[in-house]
Design a protein around this ligand. Sequence first.
Ligand code: GEK
Length: 247
Amino acid sequence: MSDNQPLSADSIYAQKLTKVDDFRFDSGVANVFTDMINRSIPSYAELVKYIGLLAQRYVTEKSVVYDLGCSLGAVSLSIDQSLKNRDCTLIGVDYSQAMIERLSLVTQEYQWLHQFNSHVADIREFELQANSFTVMNFVLQFLPQEDREQMLQKVYSALNQGGALVLSEKIKLDNSQDDELIFDLHHDFKRSQGYSDLEISQKRDAIEDMMKIDSESTQLERLKSVGFSKVIKWHQAYNFVSYLAVK
Ligand code: GEK
């Protein structure tokens, strides 16, 4: 398959590396991203599809919708397809230039049903307009832990009353034995996707400093403390969960 296809296979950590550098969302990762995320996050494709369905309930006519940390735009594409007869503007933001360039490449033949704008920006610095629906699908976990509450506060403030945030995160279970078990089960899942033990451990070494995982209780308390009136966990596959938080 040519390098311009979204399905180039992820073999970034397949060979033994003398030194494992910190993980970066560079062009090497962007080129294999669709394969990488589908083989790393259980039920990723279903989750993305169902986010489109949630959008049907929360996106209001002529409103803005945000896909923060959009990578190759999977969530925006799902929402675009799902909202057939509603006028809205989709905005994708990602700080990786390589991701946004690749998003443009892989969607160049796609006919958007809604206006879609993408921006290269750090979501912590990016000003949010009033909007009805914001999605952060596995993105908050990459922010320094001390910046996460402020980011959620900003999202909450920009949402219209009755609007919703979909927040998907890898979590730590509060009970340490349960957490070890779910961690191992996720490892089994990655093996079943064709990743070797070497790939799994080198990727973990690369990512562990830049992706600090919060516990389930921290996630729930933080969403409540920024003001969301309703917070429910609507999806879970292993230790990958998604919360629906309604203003
Ligand atoms: C999907 N949502 O396919 N500002 C902007 N972008 C950021 C920041 C930041 N501070 N930190 C990380 N990113 C997508 C998947 S991937 C998840 C999201 C994963 C971006 C980063 O460049 C990358 O594209 C994305 O967040 C995380 O549904 O790789 O596990």
